[in-house]
Design a protein around this ligand. Structure first.
Ligand code: RTP
Ligand code: MG
Length: 135
């Protein structure tokens, strides 16, 4: 059964020229792009996207970071797309992320960790609706 996931190349990844690297890895894995758009998020969208972290001490900093420049929003699909992309991304903390994963290969700081991927079917549905309401 096919599944869709929302992927972000975060502003650090776009600024560092890693868009091609991320897209290349997910396409090589067999995921298929359904939507793609470069945009700078308004604070309100960022706060909605990361609403589950609203009470965390890093929330303000996270919203500053994710709105700080253009990001690439993607929807990709394939069998177990959500789990498949989370595996490609690696652990949230890039120092703990395995080498060979996107975070493990390209990042050092927990906030500036290059990519986002939806973490469950419920999150994917909510996030795709937030970023691409026409889908
Ligand atoms: P994401 O939602 O971006 O795909 O990342 P994730 O599921 O692996 O991690 P999550 O716990 O949902 O955290 C969301 C993002 O917040 C930033 N973060 N900063 N300063 C900190 O301690 C801290 N912890 C998390 C990261 O950018 C993380 O990806
Ligand atoms: Mg998350």
């Amino acid at each position: 059964m096919t599944e869709r996931t929302l992927i972000l190349v975060k502003p650090d990844g776009v600024a560092r020229g890693l868009v091609g690297e991320v897209v290349s890895r997910l396409e090589a894995k067999g995921l298929r792009l359904v939507a793609a758009e470069l945009r700078t998020l308004p604070r309100e969208t960022a706060e909605q996207h990361y609403a589950e972290h609203a009470e965390k001490p890093f929330f303000g900093s996270l919203v500053d970071f994710i709105t700080g420049g253009p990001l690439l929003a993607l929807v990709a699909e394939g069998p177990r797309a959500i789990e498949a992309f989370r595996a490609l991304a690696g652990a949230t903390d890039p120092v703990k992320a395995a080498p060979g994963t996107i975070r493990g290969d390209f990042a050092l700081e927990v906030q500036n960790n290059i990519v986002h991927g939806s973490d469950s079917p419920e999150s994917a549905q909510r996030e795709i609706g937030l970023f691409f309401p026409a889908l």
